[in-house]
Design a protein around this ligand. Sequence first.
Ligand code: PLP
Length: 661
Amino acid sequence: MVDPLSSPAMPQQTSSTRDTRIAADSAWTAADSAELYQVEAWSDGYFEVRADGRLCVAPPDGGAMIDLYEVIDGLRERGLATPVVLRFQEILADRLQRIHEVFTRAAAEDNYRGRYLTVYPIKVNQQRPVVEQVYGQGAAFGSGLEVGSKPELLAVMAVTADDRDARPIICNGFKDSAYIEAVVLATKLGRNIIPVVENLAELRMLIGHAERYEVRPVIGARIKLSHRGAGRWGASVGDRSKFGLFASELLDMVALLREHEMLDTLQLLHGHPGSQLQDIRRVKEMIGELAHVYAELQGLGAAMGYIDIGGGLGVDYDGSRTNSSSSMNYTLEEYAAEVVHRIGSVCDDRNIEHPTIVSESGRAVAAHHSVLVFDVLGVSARDRFVIEESVDDLDPDAPQPIYDLFEAFASVREDNLIECYHDAVEGRRQVTELFALGFLSLQLRGLAERLFWSTSSKIQKLAGRLEELPEELEHLEQMLADTYFCNLSIFQSLPDIWAVGQLFPIMPIHRLDEEPVRRGVLADVTCDSDGRIDRFTDVRDVRRALPLHEPREGEPYYLAALLVGAYQETLGDLHNLFGDAHVVHIQTTAEGGWRIEEIVKGDTASEVLRYVQYDPERMHTQLSRDCELAIEEQRLTVAESRALLGFYESALAGYTYLSEG
Ligand code: PLP
């Protein structure tokens, strides 16, 4: 995975204008870009391409659009460079409201008599401003928070302080005695806190603490759903899932609670079907199973009252509305209608009251509101290879494969593309072998390389004119794509791309009224060959190269990854010690502008170094000592030493990403 030899040095921007470039269409408009990047399909109405070629946030309340380029420019003026995560508070608020409204409407239409509650699982994005905003916004709908660990519980206890509404706090995940004791005491404090039992050991501890403190908590039980999960997070479900109780254990739980005269405390049944459910059939199966278990528990004498369907509501990252792993083949409306109808009909059949439906939708709440903007540092283009020599310039002793490569290069026509491509591939293979055996000079190897890339470029260009692209040439677009070196760490800012092959919409935020004539893949600044993006969203298929503009000398070129508000920030890691990016909270103003609500500065080099046990002050002292010795031994002048120490100091205090200029 790690390429120890790769260098972080960036190639300079090329100004390649060779003939393999797609000819720019002068009549190109911003609307063409919107179509090309399929903005309408994935944006859910939150983003639009404006006629002047800027990608804008379209505030859900219909207010004035926020120009992302203008925001980045404004941040630059304030000394804040890219990469930067922009958070749009209105979008977050709107997601929460939409989900609540759609469920409430579905319940009304289905004559469902129970309530609906959203509970935000903070693991999706634990940043304090996000959790505070979700919780604050949720006051209107009684929505609560979900935690999965002790530190998350500590955070939520603080966020919910002074809250007199006692909105639900659901505690999932594995718990130790101290965690459970804190939960029991928090109940005394007045919190509506519901520990969800994952195993019988937890239940025994819970009963023990409840009896000791004379508290009657509200308890939940998590069932191991038996329907096999699907998609990337399918392992959250089924017999092998690490979470929840088997049906037999659930019966043991009921027996134990009855023995302690606590059966009335069992009020919630929980089942989490895995994240990003792609297929509505899975939703139907799992909700049906959950509803039947709920009814059985009530039949066994548990008080019941809540059915918690977990997370799983998907986000249509590629806009395809299909069962693909970055999409979902259902709408929010369909999801809510299915959930409400299935639970309602099982309860009606069993003649029991409709419970409060709780959903722990995380991704669907948080994904849309964050945008990661990053700058392009340079481009390496494959079509920069030029052939100025002719076959007549060749040394007569040059080996046959070089002649074959010249032949393939010269004979490319629309009717022999595959044949020429085969010849070029074979020629290059033979040349590589000859070189490895010591029968070829580096000059001839270089010539062979240029011939191969130039022939492939010609073939790709002509193949683009064909009505149907031959299967064998399909990979050429990716093979010949330019590499755009980008100022970000995929491991830090878009970890799911690396970890689970997730796709996010990615596009330029400006110049969208110009045709993007290049096709590129993206490489990040880490020294890791996995730090690249070469799969992009498309409503029909996965795109292997992204349409991009040729960067202009002396002018920044910014790209954005969208819908990145869920999971990316906390899952990110410090690979190569690239730290957290800056995060900026943006709010629209009544006057139709925008303002910065909060800036959370990204990590400095000192901060990430401290994280891995270095002491920056000591490091500086050590280096100063070294410099003094070098001055004494006349290896450095005082001025040089000062310059070196100056660099060291400012780099320690600076951002971990590359800076302009
Ligand atoms: N609830 C639980 C217990 C989870 O484990 C998760 C995430 O995996 C969620 C809720 C959130 O799921 P999603 O983001 O798919 O809505």
